[in-house]
Design a binder for this molecule. Structure first.
Ligand code: ZN
Ligand code: ZN
Length: 121
C-alpha cells in the first residue's frame, strides 16, 4: 500500500542561484520568479543541467533553444550549445530523454503524457 505523498513545498526561493540577488519588493519578487522559471541548459561539472537565471546572470552571447513541437515550451541553450543543432547534440538528447522528452519529433514530457504515449517506467 502506498502512503499519500506530502505536497511538495514550493521553495521559498525567488533567489537567483547566480548572484544570490534577493527581491526587495513583491514586484521584483514576481519578476525574478518569472526570470528564474526560464530554464537554461548549461554545462556544470561535466554534466548538462537546467538552471534559471535573473536578467543579470543570463549567459551572454548567442543562444539557441529546444522547442516542443506542440506547446512551444523548452529550455534555452547557451554558449557552445547554441552553435550546434541541439537535437544533434548527444548531451542535449541525453538531458531531454532523461526529462521524459521525445526527440523525434521533439515533444515535451507533458505533451507526451497528454497524448497518452507510454514511456519507460
Ligand atoms: Zn542573478
Ligand atoms: Zn509540449
Amino acid at each position: 500500500m502506498s502512503m499519500p505523498q506530502p505536497g511538495r513545498r514550493t521553495s521559498s526561493g525567488g533567489v537567483c542561484p547566480g548572484c544570490g540577488q534577493r527581491p526587495d519588493s513583491a514586484e521584483t519578487a514576481a519578476r525574478l520568479r518569472a526570470e528564474l522559471a526560464v530554464r537554461w541548459l548549461v554545462h556544470e561539472a561535466g554534466a548538462l543541467v537546467a538552471r534559471g537565471f535573473c536578467h543579470r546572470c543570463v549567459p551572454p552571447g548567442p543562444y539557441g533553444e529546444v522547442v516542443c513541437g506542440f506547446c512551444g515550451d523548452g529550455p534555452l541553450l547557451a554558449g557552445a550549445l547554441a552553435d550546434a543543432d541541439p537535437i544533434a547534440d548527444p548531451a542535449v538528447i541525453g538531458w531531454l530523454t532523461s526529462q521524459g522528452w521525445e526527440v523525434d519529433p521533439v515533444t515535451c514530457s507533458s505533451c507526451r503524457r497528454a497524448f497518452g504515449w507510454a514511456g519507460p517506467p
